[in-house]
Design a protein around this ligand. Sequence first.
Ligand SMILES: *Cc1c(COP(=O)(O)O)cnc(C)c1O
Ligand SMILES: [Zn+2]
Length: 432
Amino acid sequence: MTNFLGYECSLCGQKYGPNEVEYVCPKHGDMGNLDVVLDYAAITRAASPGSIAASPDLSVWRYAPLLPVADPGFGGTPLHSAGWTPLYRADRLAAALGLKTLFVKDDGRNPTASFKDRASAIVVARARELGAAVIAAASTGNAGAALAGMGAAVGQPVVIFAPETAPQAKIAQLLMFGARVLLVKGNYDQAFDLTLQASPEFGWYCRNTGYNPFTVEGKKTAAFEMCEQLSQISNSKLQTPNLQSAIRNPQWTAPDRVFVSVGDGNIISGIHKGFKDLLALGWIDKMPKLMGVQAAGSAACANAWAAHTETITPVAADTLADSISVDLPRDGVRAVRAVRETGGEYVVVTDDEILAAMRDLARGAAVFAEPAGSTAYAGLMRAVHNGAVGADETIVVINTGNGLKDVKSAMKAAGEATVIEPTLEAVKAVLN
Ligand SMILES: *Cc1c(COP(=O)(O)O)cnc(C)c1O
Ligand SMILES: [Zn+2]
């Protein structure tokens, strides 16, 4: 892509050309995450909020001018339907929390039912540009399911390393999409390190989160969508046809505050990158405050933020929210910065709060989230309780994964159904 200038190390600032490095800054082992550097002047010549609003493409690829990979084609396949997820109004939840404007961005509505499809779509496109034969990834489940699904969409072989304890539905997805599945007798962190060892050994292209610089470039599209979708909503309030007014109006609308659950910290880093891109392009006029939400049993980023440090100390992760159960966040430094630099906060919630948030989100907004998805909403509830949120703010909560991925946790949150004899008497007995 003509807009792809190269990389900049997030730790030491060293710049690299597009072909000088592949994954991380060589100076810091595995931890030197690289930011992709884009040519904003070239993007401005190629695209505008109006040109994108006019795009018929309802996927991450509508933002191709802002991505470091070219649209790989495969229109009409799941690779071309990652992203452009609904931004739902959640008026009843807002009222219950004393807020005016609350939206839920439902990324459970992606092709493989999690936010990870955004990253995997971009990484598959990158792998094809590089001519990679096989793509490998470590995953708690969703990143793997997404890579396996996007691989299946284009006939790209995929190898997934996941912890043996991953929820059944996620393992079923991996197997069903035809990935080579290696369940590791260990945790996600061990699967991660094993993938880093195996990939060079077998010549695989490695998608690992917080290692491959292109995952953030896919995840940032959620920030683009929030701003474009909010501008459509505010335009339609003025009774003008969405598209026409969006084409006339060069500005998109940034929310005031965004709640994101954090495991490795790559989603929040991606959302941050997306807003930074739009701010640099002048397509939005303010940086939203990013609220990172972690489970109390897996809070390495929140700990570092609270201690005013960028040194991430690993924890022994223990939470039912498996997608954010991480000892050492692989994108922790950027995840801490995303919150600090935007004036947001880290919020820590218990597993009980996560289960309660699952119920509230489903019953109050009809969004069925897996635990790591409802964690963001649990964070909003906690933040409102702490007085950290203004009542007039426009708030977006991201649901990162569909509840059907972890039915065991859903049943814990929802409770048991009543079983009855097939008689009217039995119905009466139960209802009276
Ligand atoms: C991966 C994932 C997260 C966390 O993303 P990180 O980049 O690891 O912080 C949150 N929710 C769900 C459902 C996920 O799959
Ligand atoms: Zn470096």
